[in-house]
Design a protein around this ligand. Structure first.
Ligand code: HEC
Length: 197
């Protein structure tokens, strides 16, 4: 609530394309097609996952939802990666599944998102992209989009997780650190990568 006036401003700044000076130089020139494709991929991934999660929770509660996240999230990401010919995944500063741990570039972007959030930008619209070149000279387009914590996330990522959910999570993820989030927190980010010719 403290950030309410800034949030509105942040939405305008990020959402608008006509502004001469965006808050950070996040769109490399000539990459608008990749950015557009990335936004669409994130939208598709997010909707597919949320729909599956919501259905499972409606039918069997959060414990049932865990199965979706555990069994299906990875599969949806893999299917989408094949379909779109780009790596699609999720990461966070506090991961549940160690396989989702950020690499160096992702870690820096996640920290940048937290800093931008602190400065008043709204989590919903935080995104960042760049072209990175590895040791072999291979160029890769990389894109990340922030994932905010919503109310439906709290039963599994919040501060007071129901005991049956907690027990199941601990059994599946003994190294779980993805708890204690509050609504509006940066839960993590979608992360995409596409090798460039
Ligand atoms: C029913 C329990 C449940 C709910 C509700 C839930 N999650 Fe998760 N979440 C999980 C599980 C389990 C994983 C681990 C998935 C895996 O093994 O890759 C996970 C992983 C994640 C990850 C990947 C990074 C990591 O920590 O491994 C993100 C990001 C994430 N959740 C965000 C959300 C958001 C945002 C919401 C609300 C829209 C949400 N989750 C709701 C159970 C849940």
């Amino acid at each position: 609530m403290r950030y309410a006036p800034f949030l509105a401003l942040g939405a305008i700044l990020i959402g608008g394309t006509t502004l001469a000076q965006p808050p950070v130089p996040e769109v490399p020139p000539g990459l608008s097609a990749e950015i557009k494709a990335s936004r669409a991929a994130v939208q598709q991934f997010s909707t597919t996952l949320k729909d599956a999660l919501q259905t499972a929770i409606k039918n069997g509660g959060p414990v049932e939802g865990i199965a979706v996240c555990h069994d299906k999230a990875g599969q949806i990401a893999t299917d989408l990666s094949t379909q779109l010919n780009m790596m699609v995944g999720r990461t966070s500063l506090k991961v549940r599944n160690p396989e989702n741990a950020p690499d160096t570039w992702e870690l820096a972007v996640l920290k940048q998102f937290e800093a931008r959030k602190t400065q008043g930008e709204t989590v919903d619209t935080l995104e960042f992209s760049a072209v990175v070149t590895d040791d072999q000279g291979q160029k890769t387009f990389r894109y990340m989009k922030a994932i905010p914590t919503g109310t439906m996330c709290l039963s599994c990522h919040g501060t007071s997780i129901p005991p049956d959910v907690e027990a199941k999570l601990t059994a599946l993820y003994p190294k779980d650190t993805a708890r204690g989030f509050k609504e509006g927190d940066l839960r993590g980010a979608f992360t995409l990568a596409k090798p460039l010719p």
